[in-house]
Every structure is written in structure tokens, then in C-alpha cells.
Design a protein around this ligand. Structure first.
Ligand code: AMP
Length: 596
């Protein structure tokens, strides 16, 4: 073991011991976390509205304070916090949500519900990001040891930061983090270094950044210990681009040059500083690429990065549809799931890196926020006397972390250090077990209904399952679904679901027609089944869009401030611009006729 490795092992042990301590006493730590949040912020306008002006925090013990908080502060959603956040964005520096003025706002991806939302970002946000990265890395290195001093091929991207009317810095949370001191600390102190310099990450044009990430990844290929991105989508995008760009990349490797497609002067300078001519590496990569081209790029990553130990990224939830392609590129390499969090707060860490994306759980970190869990039951639950009936689920009363039950599904509610109070995140999770006293969560889906025509209610997860079933029929061909989205077409009579697929490779019309019928038959929601049988929902339509359509959708979102690092393809849309892109790019239509 080198000196660096010994030091890193010491740090790993230190953070693991810390976490084991807080996990052991998770319930108590939560009560203390809430007390700390209230102590810091009880004089804010939001909390005084609910807790009164005379609260003396020191007079109450933590448990009494917890009861007071739960009984006085109502459950809320983003819309309840929005007027306060808007005033902050407009320059109001009075204590509205937090005692300390907020100087930075994050844009949550918004691609999940179509509208970017501002969320406060504070020093705590980047500190907790660094902390969860260190913790996750410590558990990972127990299972997949990596060489100190190696490199990471990291497909990460900042988006543009801008100023709000009141002069606050706004941008995505990942962008703020990449610009923070904590990120610099991580870059200096982790065992391995990112192949790309900061100028590539912050270059602002994701295509140019991807080219440079790939080129530098190849230049340092022998040293790369693992390949990573925030969401798996970025890795799949990068290697899809690689299939098109490899010859140009080899030319640059050979000559120590940089393609003119990279126009940003800062990025050019920083990349050129890392490159020198390497004809033998270029020939080697070229030879491997010719072979890979013949095998449809299967096992691309281990073949070109022979020392890589694993791929690390968020692969669960809305990233699941990219898993098949990721596995294809990854070959025998392990896929390790990255942690669970949101712009609002980090939530859980993956303590078992060997778990597959299908089995992975995230253990709640009880110091990051105060977490509550709203039990959710399907609408056919018999005893629903004490439950609130909502559109999609029956809801019980919110429970603290210490009272959740294994096997039960919940919606997560957050009270954060950044000024969100009893904030419904909209994610549905299931408790899979406990690590000491901390619940281990499986991510189930975003709660929001995405497709509904009348009494039917289909979620993102329902759609994902249906597309998965439909696209299985493509396995008899050489075609695959690259990406998909959907729309509830209410202008049609009767209304119907429209699913858009971008397909790579050739598939006969007969097969696509069968895919369309399979999807229509696979929606399991009772409302959908009944409505289809009675004809109050029309036949599902599958529309095939031309190659590059989802690239245009990505560009549209990036143009509106989204970041490549946090991008999630919207799985259902009512957005006029998107629908115009999709309709203009539709090349084939199939309708499922017979039903039931
Ligand atoms: P954002 O809106 O960009 O802050 O994205 C946060 C959302 O991404 C979360 O609320 C989840 O729905 C999803 N997400 C984040 N991490 C994971 C994960 N590890 N697995 C599944 N979904 C995740």
C-alpha cells in the first residue's frame, strides 16, 4: 500500500465510522437534526407564521419540539414555498425561509414535470454533496478497490449560471457544486483525478465538452479506474457520440491536436495543455474501434479502458430505460448505482455497491434533512376509513423515519437546512429493510400521474414497463428503442395515448405494429383497461420519429437552462414546442386496433 493509499484508507474508515454511528441512532439523530434546523431558522417569516413569534427553542426538549413542529407546520409543496422563493429571487434579503440570506438558487431539472423550479442552494448543499460522495466512495472502495493516483473518465457538465432580477446566482445544483470550494477539495483530495480539466466541465457546450471528455479519456486510457456521470443518460449519449466520432478522435490522439469542432478558446487551451502526439496509442485505439464497429460496439468500455473496474452513475428510476444500452457498452464491468438525491436535498447512499440496479437500495442519511414518509396504498385497499383519498393513491398520516415499515411504499417529505419545510418531494419509495436504525429505500417512481384521459391513471413507471414489454418484440430484429416519450391526446375523439419512439436500426412495419398492440394491451391500470374496452379511450398510437429527434429535444431543454448532467427525458409532455418537434419528426404511425 502506498502512503497515499494508506491515507485514503484512513479517511474512508473515518467517514464510515461516522455514518455507522448516526445510522445506529437514526431516530434520535433525526430529532436532533430537526431541532438544529429550527434553532437556525425559527425567526424566519415562514416558520414564525406557523410556530409563532414567541417560540423559545431552548425551553423545549427535542422530542417536544418535533411534536410541536409536526402539529403546527402544514405539509407543503413547491407552490407553497414559491412566493417566498420568488421574493428571494427578486432581492428581498429579510429572513424569509432561512435566517442567513440565500445568495444562490438552483433550478431543479424540471424535466420531470415540465417546469423548472427554483430551490434555495446554500453552503450546506455543497458540503452535503461532498460528504455523500466521500461516503459512497468509501463503501465502494471496499468492494471495488481502485489505484490511488489513477484517473476517472467523468462525463460531467456545468450549465450556464445567470443572475435573477435581485442579483442572485441561479443555475442547476450540479453547476453550483462544480463551481464550489467543496468540488475543488474533492478534485484535490480524492484518490483519482478526473481526466478533464475544469474548463471542459464548465465549457457550456455539451457537445464540445463530450468530445474533450472522450479525447482526454482516450489519452489517459491506461490510467482510467472507472467511468462515471451524474445520470446514466450522459454516458449512453457520450458513447453514442463516440460511435460517430472515433476516427476524428484517433486523428487528434495521433497528432496531439484538437478538432476544430471545439471552438471555445478556454476549453481548447486547457485540453491542448494535456495532449501530446501519441501515434502508437492512436493506432491501437483505431484497431480496436474497427473490431468494435463489427460487433455493434459491445463491451466498448472495457476494450478501450482496460483498467476500468466499474461504471458508476444513477441508473434507477427514469434512467432504467438506458440500462440495456449501458450494459451493452459495459460488457463484463460492474454497474454501480450512484446515490439518491434531489436538488432539494440528498436522501440516501448506496452502501452495497455490488447490488445490481434492479436490487439497489439507498440508506437514508439522517443528518442531511428531517425526513417524513407519507404511507401510500393502492385505491382498492379495503379499510380506508382513516386514509385521504387522492387521484392516484390513498394516503395515511406522515410518519417519522423511525416508524416506517418494511414493504410499505411512501412519498418522501423533506424539511431541509436550505429553508424547505414539510415539502412533498413527489418521489415514491419503498422501504426494503434497515441498515442499523436507518431505512433502506428502493426508488419506485415520481408520484405525478403522467398519462390520463379520463378515469385512467398511468405513471411514469407504468409507461416504462409498457415500453419495455413492447420493445422486447424488437429483439427479433436488429433494431432498438433509443428513447421515448408520450402524450395524452385529448384533442382526439375519443382521447388516446400516443407513444413516440426513436428507433435505431431497421424494424419491419409488421413488427412495429405488433409493438404498438403489445403496449396497448400492457397498460395494467384498471381505468385504462375499462375505458379501452368501452371505447372511451381510443386505440393507442405508436409514432416513430426520425433519428436525432430526441437530440433536438435535449437541445431545446439545454437552450432553456437545463444541464446535460441533470437531464431527464420527459416521459410525457403537453409542451407545445416539444409536440411540434415530435410531430414534425414523425416518420411512421401505427394504431392498435383490436383490444381485449
Ligand atoms: P432534480 O429534479 O434534477 O433535482 O432531480 C431529482 C430527482 O431525480 C429525484 O427527485 C428523483 O426523482 C430522481 N433521482 C435522483 N436520484 C435518483 C436515484 N438514485 N434513483 C432514481 N431516481 C433518482
Amino acid at each position: 500500500m502506498t502512503v497515499e493509499e494508506a491515507a485514503a484508507a484512513g479517511e474512508d474508515q473515518e467517514i464510515i465510522s461516522w455514518f455507522e454511528g448516526v445510522a445506529e441512532n437514526a431516530g434520535l439523530v433525526q430529532t436532533q437534526t430537526l431541532r438544529r434546523i429550527i434553532e437556525l431558522n425559527h425567526r424566519t417569516e415562514y416558520l414564525q407564521k406557523w410556530l409563532g413569534r414567541d417560540l423559545q427553542v431552548q425551553d423545549l426538549d427535542p422530542a417536544a419540539l418535533e411534536s410541536l413542529f409536526i402539529s403546527s407546520v402544514p405539509l407543503a409543496c413547491h407552490a407553497d414555498h414559491e412566493p417566498y422563493i420568488q421574493r428571494i429571487a427578486d432581492g428581498d434579503i429579510s429572513p424569509l425561509l432561512t435566517q442567513e440570506p440565500i445568495s444562490t438558487l438552483s433550478l431543479s431539472s424540471g424535466t420531470t414535470d415540465g417546469r423548472p423550479k427554483y430551490v434555495p442552494f446554500t453552503r450546506f448543499s455543497s458540503q452535503s454533496t461532498l460528504q455523500i460522495f466521500r461516503l459512497g466512495a468509501a463503501y465502494r472502495s471496499r468492494v471495488f478497490p481502485i489505484r490511488a493516483g489513477g484517473r476517472i473518465l467523468e462525463f460531467i457538465y456545468s450549465s450556464k449560471q445567470f443572475q435573477t432580477k435581485g442579483g442572485l446566482t441561479a443555475g442547476t445544483a450540479t453547476t453550483h457544486y462544480f463551481a464550489s470550494e467543496e468540488f475543488k477539495t474533492k478534485q484535490k483530495r480524492t484518490k483519482c483525478f478526473t481526466c478533464s480539466p475544469y474548463e471542459v466541465i464548465a465549457g457550456g457546450d455539451y457537445k464540445q465538452s463530450t468530445y474533450c471528455h472522450l479525447l482526454l479519456g482516450l489519452a489517459f486510457s491506461d490510467q482510467v479506474e472507472f467511468v462515471t456521470s451524474t445520470f446514466a443518460y450522459s454516458i449512453v449519449q457520450a458513447f453514442a457520440a463516440f460511435e460517430e466520432l472515433w476516427e476524428e478522435l484517433c486523428d487528434d490522439l495521433r497528432g496531439g491536436t484538437l478538432s476544430l469542432r471545439v471552438t471555445s478558446p478556454g476549453m481548447r487551451r486547457a485540453v491542448m495543455d494535456c495532449l501530446s502526439p501519441n501515434p502508437s496509442l492512436a493506432s491501437n485505439v483505431e484497431m480496436k474501434c474497427r473490431e468494435l464497429e463489427g460487433s455493434d460496439w459491445g463491451s466498448l468500455i472495457p476494450k478501450l479502458w482496460p483498467n476500468a473496474k466499474y461504471i458508476y452513475s444513477i441508473m434507477t428510476g427514469s434512467m432504467q430505460p438506458y440500462l440495456k444500452k449501458l450494459r451493452h457498452y459495459a460488457g463484463y464491468l460492474a454497474l454501480v448505482c450512484a446515490d439518491y438525491g434531489s436538488t432539494e436535498s440528498w436522501i440516501g447512499v448506496n452502501l452495497e455497491p455490488h447490488d445490481t440496479p434492479e436490487r439497489v437500495t439507498f440508506t437514508v442519511i439522517p443528518t442531511f434533512s428531517y425526513f417524513e414518509f407519507i404511507p401510500l396504498y393502492t385505491r382498492n385497499k379495503k379499510d380506508n376509513s382513516n386514509l385521504v383519498v387522492t387521484d392516484d393513491f390513498l394516503e395515511g398520516d406522515p410518519l417519522p423515519l423511525s416508524r416506517v415499515k418494511v414493504g410499505q411504499q411512501y412519498e418522501i417529505v423533506l424539511t431541509t437546512f436550505t429553508g424547505l419545510y414539510r415539502y412533498r418531494l413527489g418521489d415514491v419509495v419503498e422501504v426494503a429493510g434497515f441498515y442499523k436504525g436507518a431505512p433502506k429505500l428502493t426508488f419506485i417512481c415520481r408520484r405525478k400521474l403522467i398519462l390520463t384521459v379520463n378515469i385512467d391513471k398511468s405513471t411514469e413507471r407504468d409507461l416504462q414497463i409498457v415500453v419495455e414489454k413492447g420493445s422486447r418484440l424488437l429483439s427479433q430484429t436488429r433494431a432498438e428503442v433509443v428513447d421515448f416519450t408520450s402524450h395524452a391526446d385529448l384533442a382526439a375523439h375519443p382521447g388516446r395515448y400516443v407513444i413516440y419512439w426513436e428507433v435505431k436500426g431497421e424494424a419491419a412495419d409488421g413488427v412495429l405494429d405488433a409493438c404498438c398492440r403489445e403496449m396497448d394491451a400492457s397498460f395494467a391500470d384498471h381505468g385504462y383497461v375499462v375505458s379501452r374496452k368501452t371505447g372511451s379511450i381510443g386505440p393507442l398510437e405508436l409514432r416513430i420519429v426520425e433519428t436525432g429527434t430526441f437530440g433536438k429535444i435535449l437541445e431545446y431543454y439545454i437552450g432553456n437552462g437545463a444541464a446535460m448532467s441533470q437531464f431527464k427525458t420527459p416521459r410525457c409532455t403537453t409542451n407545445e414546442v416539444l409536440l411540434r418537434i415530435l410531430d414534425r419528426c414523425t416518420v411512421k404511425r401505427f394504431r392498435s386496433t383490436a383490444y381485449g
